[in-house]
Design a protein around this ligand. Structure first.
Ligand code: PGA
Length: 253
């Protein structure tokens, strides 16, 4: 059986100033000192990336942005490119988060352009998919997830090759910030569906290696049950990633 390194990622969203961000990442640095065999990532707002990179120093915490634009440069007021994120110290970028999809009207096509630009620049994408409550209640979960995967990863699908450094995140919209977590069975069912889709679309090796994170009200007290499921390789954590104790509680699942 393939062993995938667990991956815990904190999505800070539009929270924390520079001082709070550096204090938090320093606390995580200390907290993970005696832990190995797990990848830990933080995704601060753009304005704090550089300071957080400095605060991480030589500690093995990975840095991601929460979004980016697909163009390299130019007249795109308010946007940030992949190269700029790399220069700020990022190795990863979160793309297609449901808040980007719903609040900022990002389409699968836009997300696919971002995935392609990130890949070509050398940034590793963390691509999010997830259904709304209405879609789940109407029995549309798998159809929605499949369409989001096909659309948001079209560049890789057309190439017939998805780098194994790509991370996928299943985040049911109804579980984000609501305190309503998908049960480990509900999450595992969708994760397995995603893994099978990867196998059918690419190959067995890619499907064995790609990490699929669960996101949506992950807390220290539900992390280990979720993580015990075979196709759940980690967590994309919002609210509980903003405090050292709760984030460390999840990392120590
Ligand atoms: P939450 O957010 O943990 O606060 O539910 C998860 C996310 O949006 O990535």
């Amino acid at each position: 059986m393939i062993e995938r390194t667990p991956f815990i990622a904190g999505n800070w969203k539009m929270n924390l100033n520079v001082d709070q961000s550096t204090a938090l990442v320093k606390a995580i640095t200390v907290g993970i000192n005696d832990i190995s065999g797990i990848d830990v990532l933080v995704a601060p707002p753009f304005t704090n990336l550089f300071a957080v990179r400095q605060a991480i120093g030589k500690a093995g915490i990975l840095l991601a942005a929460q979004n980016m634009h697909w163009e390299k440069e130019g007249a795109f007021t308010g946007e940030v490119s992949a190269q700029m994120l790399i220069e700020a110290g990022c190795s990863h970028v979160i793309l297609g988060h449901s808040e980007r999809r719903s609040l900022f009207k990002e389409t699968d096509e836009m997300i696919d352009s971002k995935v392609k630009a990130a890949f070509l620049a050398g940034l590793k994408p963390i691509v999010c998919v997830g259904e709304t409550l209405a879609e789940r209640e109407n029995g549309k979960t798998f159809e929605v997830i499949k369409n989001q995967l096909k659309g948001s990863l079209k560049y890789f699908v057309d190439k017939g090759d998805m780098p194994i450094s790509t991370t996928l995140a299943y985040e049911p919209v109804w579980a984000i910030g609501t305190g309503r977590t998908a049960t480990p069975e509900q999450a595992q069912e969708v994760h397995l569906f995603i893994r099978n889709w990867i196998k059918e679309t690419f190959d067995q090796n890619t499907s064995d290696q790609i990490r699929i994170l669960y996101g949506g009200s992950v807390k220290p007290d539900n992390a280990s049950e979720l993580m015990s499921r075979p196709d759940i390789d980690g967590a994309l954590v919002g609210g509980a990633s903003l405090k050292p104790d709760t984030f460390m509680g999840i990392i120590r699942f």
